[in-house]
Design a protein around this ligand. Structure first.
Ligand code: TPP
Ligand code: MG
Length: 326
């Protein structure tokens, strides 16, 4: 932990609390009826988001999943434009057309969330190939779930990346569930990382509830990838606290299991580490949370006051119409 400056560690803590607050505010909006559609929240997975993004460079790229608002926030995206995008407002990053599941922020080198399981890995290979040709030592990371790791694209993409020695880091966020299917019932091996052996690439497992463990694991694997050693597969074990989507009552999980998962709270754990190492006091941490809460309120107001896209936006930003126009 000491290798990172104090300011960086405190900003990591603040971002973790900001992500949690952001996600919980979306849960409230769904319950209150102001946010329609499917919303998948990453509450409980903040150590993954912040650990991964702290270890990557600004010049690296990242592709993520349907559960990754937190990843894009951790990448440094503006919380106001994030909130506006999810609420379909014209001030959002994709003018309100991407929404929760197709939220992309290119100026933060985030190719975006992806509602379909599998393609983000093949898209990531394309980005990694471009970075390899560019030759500046940048890498492209892709995040996907344990469920996505059972799809064919996972294997095809890893094989391709290995054969072409792409600067690609595949990060499997194993939260033990794919909708209602428990990982133990769907996987023949204990660790998805073990599958790396089938492609002759390194496979590592790290504690996805420990932000510093995530940071270390990503830094280590990224270093080797930057040196031209080819791709790696990293598995981060964590848990999601909320249902698969907002409104899922999780009948497939017992209250005891959920409580046990919540005891591994990555934010509380990081807070205790910071206090134990004399980096922050409880009051410092409370002040960081208060600051994050204030910024969230400002983001909510910004989004509420923003307009929806006008009808003239209906035929812009479409591949189809642009091709026809050309
Ligand atoms: C190709 C494809 N098949 C099915 C779905 C429906 N679906 C959406 S999320 C999901 C489960 C995803 O589980 P996992 O990859 O573990 O991610 P998590 O939701 O746990 O973050 C499924 C099956 C989909 N989006 N894409
Ligand atoms: Mg999962």
């Amino acid at each position: 932990m000491m290798e990172l400056p104090k300011e960086k560690l405190l900003s990591m803590y603040k971002t973790m609390t900001a992500i949690r607050g952001f996600e919980e505010s979306l849960a409230e909006a769904v319950t209150g009826g102001t946010l329609p559609g499917f919303v998948h929240l990453g509450v409980g997975q903040e150590a993954v988001h912040v650990g991964v993004c702290t270890a990557l460079r600004e010049t690296d790229w990242i592709s993520s999943t349907h559960r990754d608002h937190g990843m894009i926030l951790a990448r440094g995206a503006d919380i106001k434009r994030m909130r506006a995008e999810i609420f379909g407002k014209v001030t959002g990053y994709c003018k309100g057309k991407g929404g929760s599941m197709h939220l992309a922020v290119y100026d933060k080198r985030a190719t975006g969330c992806n509602g379909i399981l599998g393609p983000s890995q093949t898209i990531n290979n394309g980005v990694a190939l471009a970075l390899k040709r560019e030759g500046k030592g940048n890498i492209s990371a892709v995040v996907f779930g344990d469920g996505a790791a059972h799809r064919g694209e996972f294997h095809e993409a890893l094989n391709f990346a290995a054969c072409w020695k792409l600067p690609a880091l595949a990060i499997c966020v194993n939260n033990h569930y794919a909708i209602s299917v428990c990982f133990d019932d769907a996987c023949s091996v204990e660790d998805i990382a073990a599958r790396a052996a089938g492609y002759g690439i390194p496979g590592l497992v790290a504690d996805g509830n420990d932000v510093m463990a995530v940071y270390e694991a990503v830094s280590q694997t990224a270093k080797a990838i930057r040196e031209g050693k080819g791709p790696a597969l990293l598995e981060l074990k964590t848990s999601r606290w909320r249902g698969h989507f907002e409104g899922d009552p999780q009948p497939y999980r017992t209250a005891e299991q959920l409580e046990a998962d919540k005891k591994k709270d990555p934010i509380a754990r990081f807070g205790l580490q910071l206090i134990a190492q004399g980096i922050a006091t409880e009051a410092d941490l409370a002040a960081l949370k208060a600051q994050a809460d204030k910024e969230l309120q400002e983001a909510i107001e910004f989004s509420d006051k923003s307009d929806y896209p006008g009808p003239e936006e209906l035929f812009t930003d479409l591949f189809y119409t642009e091709r026809r126009a050309g």
